[in-house]
Design a protein around this ligand. Structure first.
Ligand code: 5GP
Length: 181
């Protein structure tokens, strides 16, 4: 993408590959949840792109809510400290809930969210994540719908940022060392 000029190093997953995979995940979610009204919970900010594109492949009545949690900020290492910056607008008791995540790295963020949301007594609670980093998970989490397993590299695009930039890239890519300068 021209806008980011020479900062992008390597495209890991193309826009076409993402589109095809989200269609597959949407079909699986539609099949697995036939007869239900699903509540999609997006984890801001990164999940807004996945949420928009995945939801349009789910052929069920859907409702949407969002949470914002603290993440890396401008650094590229997880702290393990999770803070809720914005909570849900609605109660989830008795609801069928699907958390939509951009990426699961150490799994600490998701682990915290699952515990927090489970305590609110949803009827069911599952996770869909576009990306999962191989070999990094510090906690064992069952992610029912995974888009792609990627190597443990820092990636941007498709909702993922570095210092709030690059979220609008239609693909997932790594950055050149000069982009971090
Ligand atoms: P975890 O708690 O699983 O280590 O990290 C979860 C959060 O860290 C993600 O929701 C995302 O905000 C951020 N994160 C983890 N890996 C990456 C990455 O490769 N690129 C970007 N931009 N953010 C990441």
């Amino acid at each position: 993408m021209e806008a980011y000029g020479s900062e992008i190093d390597r495209v890991l997953i193309t826009a076409e590959e993402i589109e095809t995979r989200l269609a597959e995940l949407g079909e699986a979610i539609t099949r697995d949840h036939a007869g239900q009204t699903l509540l999609l919970i997006g984890v801001l900010k990164g999940a807004f792109v996945v949420m928009a594109d995945l939801s349009r492949h789910i052929n069920l009545p859907l409702e949407f809510d969002f949470m914002a949690v603290s993440s890396y900020g401008a650094a590229t290492k997880t702290s393990g400290v999770v803070r809720i910056l914005k909570d849900l607008d609605h109660d989830i008791e008795g609801r069928d809930v699907l958390i939509v995540e951009d990426i699961v790295d150490s799994g600490l963020t998701l682990n915290y969210l699952l515990k927090n949301l489970q305590a609110r007594r949803p009827a069911s609670l599952e996770v869909a994540a576009l990306l999962r980093k191989e070999g990094i998970q510090e906690v064992d989490i069952d992610i029912r719908y995974v888009g792609f397993d990627i190597p443990p590299e820092f990636v941007v695009g498709y909702g993922l940022d570095y210092g709030e930039r690059f979220r609008n890239l239609p693909f997932v890519a790594t950055l050149k060392p000069s982009a971090y300068a």
